[in-house]
Write a protein that binds this ligand. Structure first.
Ligand SMILES: [Zn+2]
Length: 266
């Protein structure tokens, strides 16, 4: 397939379209079908591919997403950089609903997800010490700040299996590790991008306080309705951030993502 896009965007809950003039392509992969058709178009003269992570009508809950097909489809279209915004809960009082966090670390608490392309006889151990792209993170931080949104320049996201939310005890445990953000889709999405040597950056859009925060009456446990309400309010703001990032994105990569597989084979 000839190169059709350079930058990929995964839309999370509430973000089901991005491009104004687009054409949809259906991409087949050896791992099955992606969550939906991929929309192709342009932003600021750059070719962009957009895929709704859960499908446009939200057909796939986090644990049922075919992450390998989604990432493979982007790679097949020629994408080398991915912007992956997502709805997320906060584990800390100072990280408030409406704030954006550009995460720098990730903890995987999922189970049973298909999380590698290297299932076969070639043993490949890929470094994931630094899960997010060193070139795209500063770009995301400045775009969030320039949009007038409160930005946390780093944070650890713990990815839980879902679809259920956390118990109070789980939430307390996550918070006691000084992790800031909780979500259901960052793993294996961010990791599979690394296996395909694509850059990946996350912007966590805080919608709620996970299971509520201890000792802070008035901060209620999360409900699905509350998440959707705040995410919809964030929708235009995150689009603006993505547009700014694409406008400013350098043409060449100066990070290590493009050579992630060097020395990884055994
Ligand atoms: Zn990179």
């Amino acid at each position: 397939m000839k190169e059709q896009a350079e930058i990929g965007v995964f839309g999370g809950s509430g973000l089901y379209s991005l491009l104004e003039r687009e054409r949809d392509v259906k991409v087949d992969t050896p791992f099955g079908a992606p969550s939906d058709k991929v929309a192709l178009g342009e932003i600021a003269g750059r070719r962009v591919a957009f895929l709704a992570r859960h499908g446009r009508t939200h057909d796939y809950p986090p644990h049922a997403i075919n992450y390998r097909a989604n990432l493979w489809a982007m790679s097949q279209l020629g994408v080398s950089r991915i912007i992956g915004p997502c709805a997320a809960g906060s584990l800390r009082a100072e990280v408030k609903p409406g704030h954006f966090v550009v995460c720098d670390q990730l903890v995987d608490r999922t189970t049973g997800r298909k999380d590698t392309f290297f299932d076969g006889h070639i043993t490949t151990h890929v470094s994931f010490a630094h899960p997010y792209c060193s070139q795209l993170r500063p770009l995301a931080i400045s775009a969030v700040k320039d949009a007038g949104i409160t930005c946390h320049e780093r944070g650890t996201v713990v990815t839980i299996q879902g679809p259920r939310f956390s118990t109070l005890a789980e939430s307390r445990w996550f918070a006691s590790n000084n992790w800031e953000v909780i979500n259901m889709t960052q793993y294996p999405e961010a990791y599979l991008a690394r296996e395909l040597e694509m850059c990946y950056v996350n912007i966590s859009l805080i919608t709620d306080y996970d299971a509520g925060l201890e000792g802070q009456p008035g901060i209620e446990p999360v409900t699905h309705e509350a998440v959707i309400q705040v995410f919809q309010a964030n929708n235009e703001r995150v689009k603006q951030v993505i547009y700014t990032m694409i406008e400013r994105m350098p043409k060449t990569r100066d990070c290590a993502c493009g050579s992630a597989l060097q020395g990884a084979r055994i």
